[in-house]
Design a protein around this ligand. Structure first.
Ligand SMILES: Cc1ncc(COP(=O)(O)O)c(C=O)c1O
Length: 492
């Protein structure tokens, strides 16, 4: 009978040859590549012999060698465990990380454009593990009406009998598309009808579909600098050349695009809340961009991810609403107002692109999942969404004020905080002698997910800065964590 430990034992295949050598190698490899993690209890020699259909003496010989070399340890009356400390240089993950993208691409025979993203991804993954506080990009998840949402999901499910056997439109569930259409026309000043609404799995899928449907390798596009790293990486994964375009007090420098990057087929920008600096594109630049795009047949991808998080001032009309010539592909998301794991968003697409973008969606994942679309349609139509937006706006403003006050009180020697009237994060400029790396390392050590500005830059930025997300924490939590940070950090 299998023991609890052997039930989780990875499936290992013995190579041909001397059995004890083979077993030693497969166990060692499994330890080095992480399939057998440090501290894992190994099955007994009797169980292992049975599992692998080999003699118990071969198992004992392999185990002795692993023990001698320090890969496993024995604990009296308990058994054999993978050692806690495996020499770092032997573990294969750093080996991959230090290999160049072209080495990896050659070795694995994979798409070179995606391989180019590996170094940045590995860095991001390492710093993104397990942190909870000050995450950039997380909304007020604590205020989300969980039980109401559960009831709406239940209602949608009970009403779903008729729906489940049908193939829905790949553009999404019609009542949701209609609810979104009405909502964005009244709150964001969009000009659209329901035919132009395409439900997607968040902004990232919207960017992906735009790249898939409109661009090809070596095409040129422009993107905010600093800008949304996911957008940059998605475009790059299609082999597209991305020109960085910086901003000043009027937002993205449109004249720079027209002068230097006129071959660009698409301009990606977040005009109502530039990510990550938070500026707004001025009306004169909005009009200049639209006029150029119309006269040169360019596409504009408007990422309106943060438009509902605006405090004190009225929401600014979306660029799409000013577009007379249907050059703007508009993208909205629910992952900020609801919660990050809520993977629904929408596109409002020019009439001429409805067919091609629907096709792109269809051949990506056929359509987005039915149940959450149906519950969201009820959530919006019955007024819960608008109520939630009002609640979140009020709370976010208080949370931002709490963060700014705490930083000014406890970290004034380290950071200059830049107040903003929108969004869910603030930018803080680092004072000398701090570097982004030294600050971020110390934040990570106490579980703070503060991000360096350089993460969002294609080119070195003139000043060092860090981003604090504040929306997911109460004023007390914010204050406590900033105090804790102030007590712990030291310039290095
Ligand atoms: C600039 C920008 N756009 C969009 C999003 C949202 O992406 P999604 O809808 O895929 O969650 C984010 C998330 O952090 C973002 O920073």
């Amino acid at each position: 009978m299998a023991t609890a430990a052997s039930a989780y034992f990875p499936h290992l295949i013995l190579p041909k040859g001397v059995i004890k050598e083979g077993l030693y190698s497969v166990l060692r490899d499994a330890i080095l590549d992480g399939r057998l993690a440090s501290g894992t209890k190994l099955p007994s020699s009797r169980v292992l012999a049975e599992m692998m259909s080999i003699s118990r003496n071969s198992v004992l010989a392999a185990m002795d060698r692993l023990l001698d070399e320090g890969y496993v340890v024995t604990k009296p009356s308990s058994g054999t465990y993978v050692a806690e400390l495996i020499p770092d240089q032997l573990i294969s993950i750093p080996e991959i990380a230090t290999k160049s993208a072209s080495d990896i691409c050659h070795k694995l025979n994979i798409n070179p454009h995606i391989a180019n993203l590996l170094p940045a991804w590995q860095k991001q993954n390492v710093s993104g593990q397990g942190e909870k506080i000050f995450h950039v990009g997380v909304g007020c998840t604590d205020l989300f009406p969980h039980s109401l949402w559960g009831k709406l999901l239940g209602r949608a499910w009970r009403q779903s009998h008729q729906q489940l056997g049908q193939f829905h439109d790949c553009r999404g569930y019609l009542p949701l598309r209609q609810a979104i259409c009405d909502y964005v026309r009244s709150t964001r000043g969009l000009k659209c009808d329901v035919q132009q609404i395409l439900i997607v799995n968040g902004t990232q899928q919207a960017i992906h579909l735009a790249a898939y449907a409109l661009l090809q390798p070596l095409d040129q596009i422009c993107l905010d600098e600093p800008g949304y790293d996911a957008a940059l990486n998605i475009f790059r994964s299609f082999g597209i050349q991305v020109h960085p375009v910086s901003s000043d007090h009027e937002g993205m420098k449109i004249a720079e695009i027209i002068q230097h990057y006129s071959k660009s087929k698409l301009i990606y920008t977040a005009p109502s809340h530039q990510f990550p600096l938070g500026g707004t594109l001025s009306l004169s630049r909005r009009l200049a961009l639209l006029e150029w795009a119309a006269s040169q047949q360019k596409w504009i991808f408007e990422d309106d991810y943060n438009s509902e998080f605006r405090y004190g001032t009225h929401p600014i009309q979306a660029l799409q609403g000013l577009d007379q010539q249907q050059r703007v592909i508009y993208s909205g998301t629910f992952s900020k107002m609801m919660f990050p794991e809520f993977r629904l968003g929408f596109m409002v697409v020019p009439e001429s692109l409805i067919e091609i973008l629907s096709l792109a969606k269809y051949y990506t994942d056929t359509r987005s999942a039915y149940l959450e679309q149906a519950a969201l349609a009820l959530f919006i139509k019955e007024g819960h969404y608008a109520r939630h937006v009002r609640k979140v706006r009020k709370a976010c403003q208080e949370r931002q004020q709490a963060l700014i006050a705490a930083i000014q009180q406890f970290l004034a020697d380290v950071l200059t905080v830049q107040p903003t009237d929108s969004g869910i994060h603030v930018i803080c400029w680092l004072k000398a002698p701090w570097t982004e790396q030294s600050f971020i390392d110390q934040c990570l050590a106490i579980n703070l997910a503060v991000q360096p500005l350089s993460r969002y830059c294609q080119q070195p930025y003139e000043k060092a800065a860090v981003l604090f997300g504040y929306a997911a924490h109460t004023p007390d939590e914010i204050n406590m964590n900033i105090q804790k940070l102030a007590q712990q950090i030291k310039p290095t």
